[in-house]
Design a protein around this ligand. Structure first.
Ligand code: A3P
Length: 272
């Protein structure tokens, strides 16, 4: 009788909440939401709805793995649970904690031209502050200090990918980290998603017909269950203009950092 009721509760082969087998660790404003929503089209993927912040926030981490599991959607055996929390990538403590929980966890990192990412990051903070009726300085005032790009500005730091990735590579082998090209995902999502399916050892099930370019939104949107669904208005916001001279200075600032990142991942990207 006890065995029967545990089966009815989903303990056997039924739906139950499971810890993630893969996580999207970042990068903030790299296209993490688009990547998760697009992967969720796959029948063997179950995606957590909101960002969980388990490994990077002490108050969540202290609640333990059972709390983490309770944040996950139900899944069936053979389905892979995935969550995304871009704050993991820049966290000092997340890599070690993630390894301690599951050393065979697969990690997805979606990157984007660091200058675009920085402007997107600034735009997000600006927009959040405006929503709360607060002001925010123009980008240049935050970015340039004593005539130079300020390396201590958080949005600059988050675009220095190699330093953050190095911390993850101290805890996970390179084969467990897959880098997604966020600029390519914007232009044409399907090829990037096919590569992710391969990395996650999933049978290819995502099709080009699962996405359609929406000219009003200016991005690909999802075509699922007879519905056309775009990401919300916080994704794909117009960016404030950045003077070409400032853009150039940023490109110069990131050049060497980018080179080191390319070396680390054994591949280069078409960034400025
Ligand atoms: P912008 O809003 O600056 O354009 P994240 O989900 O990590 O916060 O990333 C947000 C970024 O995802 C957006 O930045 C946008 O450029 C990018 N993105 C990629 N594919 C998208 C899509 N299909 N719809 C909307 N935004 C997308």
């Amino acid at each position: 009788q006890a065995q029967l009721s545990s089966c009815l509760q989903g303990g056997g082969g039924g739906p139950t909440q499971r810890l993630p087998g893969a996580i999207i660790i970042g990068v903030r404003k790299g296209g993490t939401r688009a990547l998760l929503e697009m992967l969720n089209v796959h029948p063997d993927i179950r995606a957590a709805k909101s960002e969980v912040h388990f490994f990077n926030r002490d108050q969540n981490y202290q609640r333990g793995p059972s709390w983490y599991r309770a944040q996950m959607p139900e899944s069936l055996p053979g389905q892979l649970t995935v969550e995304k929390t871009p704050g993991y990538f820049s966290s000092q403590v997340a890599p070690e904690r993630a390894r301690a929980l599951n050393a065979s966890l697969r990690l997805l990192l979606i990157v984007r031209d660091p200058v675009e990412r920085l402007v997107s990051d600034y735009t997000q903070v600006l927009s959040n502050r405006r929503e709360r009726g607060k002001g925010y300085p123009p980008l240049e005032r935050l970015l340039i200090r004593e005539g130079r790009v300020d390396p201590s500005y958080k949005a600059v730091q988050r675009s220095v990918y190699h330093l953050q990735l190095a911390a993850w590579l101290r805890c996970f082998p390179p084969g467990q980290i897959h880098v997604v090209d966020g600029d390519a995902l914007i232009r044409d999502p399907f090829p990037e998603l096919r590569r992710v399916e391969g990395f996650l050892s999933l049978a290819p099930a995502i099709a080009p017909s699962d996405f359609r370019f929406n000219h009003t939104k200016g991005f690909f949107c999802l075509e699922s269950g007879g519905r056309h669904r775009c990401l919300d208005e916080s994704k794909g916001r117009p960016h404030p203009p950045v003077r070409p001279a400032v853009r150039q200075r940023l490109c110069r600032h990131f050049r060497e950092h980018n080179r080191r990142f390319f070396e680390m991942v054994g591949r280069s990207f078409d960034w400025c």
